[in-house]
Design a protein around this ligand. Structure first.
Ligand code: ATP
Length: 396
């Protein structure tokens, strides 16, 4: 851990309950920024910093170093912005944690399950960050919370186009976030719930069932959206506590391009690894006849054209066989964990978790062969594949 050679060093003395916010420039040429806690105590989104350790943040990182007691930190390199804020909603977030911890204690006394919390709000208000903090605080108290990720656009757990659940056993790594070992992942297929709301609801209930047979949310945290807060208070049953929380001024708005890049990066990480960990994916050929590819949801047709007794809802969950053609190239495919079999098992495919993802890199309709990028060597563990709208062009 030698001091970052030749890098500019800026020292910040932070008073209690303040935070240092900094952003690392985006883009490939961006210089990494290193953070070091010199004195006192500080945390990044609920994960405690070790003293005299250099934490490295890459292109596009947006970080807040918060201190309850006061501290001194060094920043090495040239962040795009770096400033200290004394106005943060952290105390409110900590109080939220304290209230949840009280509910957990009570649940423990009564031999009941702990509270369920849903975090909602518009884009860029810090929903994922608040989840990370609440999970970190809970796990630091010895709890074992579960993160259920319902954001199909910017999932923190798996590749985009999925919903998932992850048991949290230790605080998030300051640089890399939560360790994502063995998450439970379901295929959704696109980056906004609106493309197939019926499927989205189905997957949400499937996840809920896996955890407890029924999903009763006890607390809803609404970040920075007063109207949504009032509507939820009006519409949800009385036992649900709806709490309005302000967003942090530090949350940075992300452009469409930035979101697309983040999604791309997430897929790249899946195949090639992240930071210190490098994966070497495999590329191999698969015969058309060895796989069955489906898209979930048929295009909607006017009600008047639906077969008798069928509703639009049925079409949204329908498995539509996909004939491989050139347009399949670059599409991400989920490998369903559903047992390979005939018609009888097809029904379970939508509700089955996925065991991994592949990308189609080439389609040869003459020889009827697909070339795929896969995290594991051939053969495919299963032969039922679900196509996503999401594409990934491998530039390596
Ligand atoms: P989305 O609409 O994409 O779901 P979100 O509401 O979940 O977004 P986050 O992903 O939590 O928002 O936050 C957006 C960005 O702002 C992240 O890069 C996060 O690291 C950063 N961020 C959050 N809080 C702060 C803060 N207090 N200071 C600096 N950066 C922050």
């Amino acid at each position: 851990d030698a001091p970052a050679a030749g890098k500019v060093c800026n020292r910040f003395d932070l008073g209690k309950e303040t935070e240092l916010r900094f952003e690392v420039e985006a883009g490939e040429a961006a210089e990494q920024v290193e953070l070091e806690l010199v004195t006192g105590l500080a945390e990044v989104f609920g994960s405690e910093l070790n003293r005299n350790k250099k934490y490295v943040f890459g292109a596009g990182s947006k970080i807040a170093v918060f201190t309850w007691q006061g501290c001194t930190v060094n920043l090495y390199g040239k962040p795009e912005v770096a400033y200290v804020s004394v106005e943060t909603p952290m105390l409110l977030y900590l109080n939220t944690h304290a209230a949840l911890e009280q509910m957990r204690r009570q649940a423990e006394r009564e031999n009941e399950r702990g509270p369920r919390v849903m975090v909602v709000g518009p884009a860029d208000v810090g929903k994922s960050t608040v989840c990370r903090m609440l999970l970190n605080y809970a796990v630091r108290m010895g709890r074992r919370p579960t993160l259920v990720e319902l954001d199909v656009g910017q999932s923190g757990v798996s590749v985009p186009g999925t919903v998932s659940a992850l048991c949290i056993e230790r605080p998030a790594d300051v640089e890399e976030g939560f360790s994502v070992q063995a998450p439970l992942v379901y295929h959704f297929g696109s980056t906004t719930p609106g493309t197939n709301i019926k499927l989205y609801n189905k997957l949400t209930s499937t996840l809920a069932e896996v955890f407890s047979q029924r999903c009763e949310v006890d607390v809803v945290l609404v970040l920075d959206h007063e109207r949504l807060y009032n509507e939820l208070k009006r519409d949800l049953p009385h036992f649900v506590r709806v709490v309005l929380l302000p967003k942090s001024g530090g949350v940075v708005e992300r452009s469409k391009e930035c979101r697309r890049d983040t999604r791309d990066e997430k897929i790249r990480e899946y195949f090639y690894g992240f930071r210190g960990v490098t994966f070497y994916p495999f590329s191999y050929e698969v015969r058309f006849s060895d796989v069955r590819i489906y898209k979930i949801g048929a295009p909607s047709i006017p009600d008047s054209c639906l077969p008798l007794g069928m509703s639009q809802d049925d079409t949204q969950l329908k498995l539509v066989p996909v004939t491989p053609g050139r347009d399949l190239t670059y599409h991400v495919l989920s490998v369903s964990s559903a047992e390979d079999g005939e018609e009888g098992v097809r029904k379970g495919i939508v509700e089955s978790p996925v065991c991994g993802f592949i990308v189609v890199t080439h389609v040869d309709t003459q020889t009827q062969i697909l070339k795929v990028l896969s995290p594991a060597p051939r053969p495919l563990p299963r032969h039922t594949l679900l196509i996503m709208d999401i594409r990934f062009m491998d530039m390596k």
